[in-house]
Every structure is written in C-alpha cells, then in structure tokens.
Design a protein around this ligand. Structure first.
Ligand code: GTP
Ligand code: MG
Length: 444
C-alpha cells in the first residue's frame, strides 16, 4: 500500500493539529478508525477510536483524487493539538499500513501527478517560508502569477521559433526561407531580451527573498553603530567614542512596510597597521560590494571635504554600482555645525531624521522590486538555468547571423528549450528532484 502520512501543522502543541494522509483509498484507511463514511469535499465530525478506546474527537475532510493537492485521495484529520494525540493518531495510521512521509513528499506527489510544475512546487516552499509582504508576493507570483506566465510564454515562443525553422527544413526548395529567417531572428532577439531581464532581476529577487542588504560604512566614530541602533530601535551594537569600536561586521534584519532589510554595521574605513582592524576594513568593503544600498555615514561636524569624497570614490571604484544605491548620511546634526549639506541629515543619537531615512530606503527598494513588471527571478537554480538559456540564445543569434542552415540553428534552439525545461521540470534528473523536495518540511 502506498499511503503516506504526516503531521502537516507546525511541530509543537497547538489548538488543533492536522494529520494528513495521501494515497489510493486513504479514506478507506482512515474510516477504519473514524467509524464513519467520509464523503468527498465534506468535513465530517467523528470519534477517532483505537478499538474501543476513544482517542479524540476530530474533524476529517476527504479530498477525492484527482481533485486534491497531491492528485491522490487525501484525508486531513484535524485533531486536538497535544503532542500525545498527534503521535497517537499518526501511529495508528502507520500500524494500519501507511508510511511516514519524507520531507516535501506531498508536494512531490503533486508534481509527479501533474498538479504543479517544478517551479510552482519550489514556490510552495518559498511561500511557506516567506516572512515579509514582498517575499510573499513574489512567491505567489512564482506559483501562479506573472513569473509562471512568463516562463510558459518563453517556452511557447521557443517552440514556435523551432517549428518555423523545421518547416523551412521540410520545404527547403521553396521561397519560404527569407520570410521565416527574418521572423525567427526577431523572435530570438525578443527572447534574448526577456531572458536577459530575468537574469538581471536575480540580484533583486534574491535580496527580496533574504532581506535587502544595506551596508553602513564610513570613518571610525562617524556614528555607524549608533545609526544601526537607531534604525533597529534597539541597542544592538556597542557604541563608544573610541575610534575603532566596531571591528567585525554586525548584521540584523528588520521588516519595514512589508520589506525585509538586512542592515550591516561595519568597521570604520581607515588603513591600519593593526591586522585585525585591517581585516575589519576589508570586510567593510566586502559588505559594500554585496549590498543593494550603501549608507555612507559622515559627521556634520567634520567638513565634507577630500577625505569623505575620497572614501566615496574608493567605494564606488570597488563596487559594481549599476544595481546599487549610495546614500550620504550626515550624522550628529544635534551638534553645532556650520552648513546644511544636501543628502540625509540625521542624529542617530537623538533619533532625528531616522524615519525619513527609513522611508527613502523603502521607496528605493519598492522601485527596484517593481523592475521587469515585478517579475523577478528569486531562485538560484532557476538563475543558473536561465543563464544557460541566455547563452544558448546567443549561439542561435550567431548561427543566424552566419547564415547557417536551419538544421544547425535548431540544435542551439533545442538547447535553450532544454534548459528552460529544467526550470519547470519538463526535463529533470532524479538528483535535482530529491534536492529540491528535501528543502521542504515533513507534511508539506
Ligand atoms: N552628539 C551625537 N553623538 C553621536 C551621534 N551618533 C554617534 N555619536 C557618538 O559618536 C561616537 C561614535 O559613535 P559610534 O556609533 O560608536 O561610531 P562608529 O562609526 O560605529 O565608530 P567605529 O565603530 O569606531 O567605527 C559615540 O560617542 C556616539 O555616542 C549623534 O547623532 N549625535
Ligand atoms: Mg561602530
């Protein structure tokens, strides 16, 4: 018998817990303990018994295959949430012949039965894990929104281009060639453009999923750690008037208006003979390189002259600024100072200007996340595959430009289609499958 079962609610005690069964005639197995017939799409109140002993009062819901999450017969038993009852119910089902599910096995079955494609199954894992409004929106878009539609539309266009070339092969002596060549060229250029945009969106997509990295950099004593604390509204980092207080990077996440940020406080930028401080300096630069947003902190009490401009030039030289923003944050505005420079003026100590800085961060993050109509690549596996699609399309373009015969051009087009197929699972190896589904929790 091939029925799997697991507790699908979070581990621990809750008001109720859901034990899920999936497999052919899962309802028949459940009915042995429920002493009632289950009707499809109905929630039934039952007494769950082990022989004569009443174990719990439960509500059982039966989803008859193929109209269920997995595509098989599924029963969900909502019992009271004690660990003892959960384990007892599970044990009864196992003794009756069900098997404990592997992580992600319900979703894996849904994939095997064609209820979801692979990218949608991965989106289910992201959805379960999503912690902010924006990452939730992206996971939903991956599951059934813009991203899923874009993948399908790319696939269709690749198939159309291949078909056109194959048609040319069949009728090679007619005048078909010129018309179709031109059309294929246009199609490939358009595909390359769209795939390129997806590839470019990965950095942002990944940032939204794991938190948008914001590096706080500047000279020693500028007030970087104070700014981190002010942004988090929490005494997270040590602050002192001794230059070089922070020696390592300190990282903390925070969700504002549905967007998760990863704030990274760094060691002060100065060359030092102290090897540890020097390591701190290198780490600070590395944080800036990996960040989506760099906050360069400078005290208003110190004139904004060569040294600050030198720092900023140094940072922008070290970083790829195409996908980054740099904000100059003039700190310590509570202290007497001569002029009001342009940029963000704050006092980390007194909490002045912090909310407005935060709003600016949210604003640029929102704008970045809406690039490519909000269709972003968030999954590293998809990113890799999409890069291969792009490379294959580049080859197709070269072949077309070189005037190669359709039978040769088609080879690279098929290659592009193959790599696209690995994303949705149309072509996938068992190893890839098991590595994807092992990311899930048991019961999903
Ligand atoms: N008056 C005033 N003092 C501040 C402000 N922000 C920071 N300070 C002070 O400036 C000193 C240095 O602050 P930190 O936050 O430790 O500076 P840092 O940039 O992290 O310094 P390092 O870790 O040494 O690189 C401390 O004495 C803070 O109290 C501010 O807005 N106003
Ligand atoms: Mg510090």
């Amino acid at each position: 018998m091939n029925i799997i079962c697991a507790v699908s609610t979070a581990p621990g005690v809750g008001g109720i817990a859901v034990v899920r069964l999936s497999g052919r005639d899962a309802n028949v197995l459940a009915e042995r303990f429920l002493n009632r017939r289950l009707s499809p799409r109905m929630a039934t109140f039952c007494e769950l018994r082990d022989d004569d002993e009443l174990v719990d009062e439960v509500v059982a819901t039966f989803f008859e295959g193929p109209h269920s999450y997995t595509g098989e017969d599924v029963v969900e038993v909502s019992c009271h949430g004690s660990m003892f009852i959960q384990q007892r119910v599970l044990q009864l089902f196992i003794d009756a012949g069900a098997r404990l599910a592997e992580p992600g096995e319900f979703t894996q079955r849904a994939f095997m039965n064609g209820r979801l494609d692979l990218s949608q199954a991965e989106a289910v894992a992201d959805l379960v894990e999503s912690r902010s409004g924006l990452s939730h929106r992206l996971a939903i878009s991956q599951m059934r929104g813009g991203y899923a539609l874009e993948l399908e539309s790319l696939r269709q266009q690749l198939i159309d281009a291949t078909a056109l070339l194959e048609l040319e092969l069949d009728f090679s002596d007619e005048d078909l060639e010129f018309v179709s060549r031109d059309r294929v060229s246009h199609m490939v250029a358009d595909l390359k453009d769209r795939v390129g945009k997806l590839v470019d969106s990965f950095q942002m997509g990944n940032a939204v999923k794991h938190g948008i990295p914001v590096a706080i950099v500047g000279r020693p004593n500028a007030g970087k750690s104070s700014l981190l604390n002010a942004l988090l509204k929490e005494d997270r980092a040590i602050v002192s008037d001794i230059p070089g207080t922070t020696r390592d990077t300190i990282e903390e996440t925070m969700t504002i208006d549905g967007i998760t940020f990863r704030f990274i406080d760094t060691a002060g930028l100065r060359k030092s003979v102290d090897p540890i401080e020097d390591l701190g300096f290198k780490r600070a630069i590395k944080s800036a390189q990996q960040a989506s947003i760099i906050l360069y902190v400078h005290p208003v009490t110190v004139p904004f002259t060569e040294s600050a401009i030198g720092d900023i030039t140094y940072i922008t030289d070290q970083c790829d600024m195409r996908e980054k923003h740099l904000f100059v944050v003039h700190n310590k505005c509570d202290l007497p100072h001569e002029s009001n420079p342009s940029g963000h003026i704050v006092s980390a100590k007194e909490g002045i200007g912090i909310d407005s800085l935060m709003q600016s961060l949210v604003k640029v993050a929102r704008k970045d996340a809406s690039q490519n109509d909000g269709v972003l690549l968030t999954n590293a596996r998809h990113y890799e595959a999409m890069q291969r699609v792009l490379a294959a399309l580049g080859e197709v373009q070269k072949d077309l430009d070189a005037g190669l015969t359709p039978d040769l051009v088609v080879i690279n087009l098929r290659d592009a289609l193959y790599h696209l197929g690995t994303i949705t699972g149309k072509v996938t190896s068992d190893e890839v499958l098991s590595s994807i589904f092992s990311r899930f929790c048991v019961g999903k």
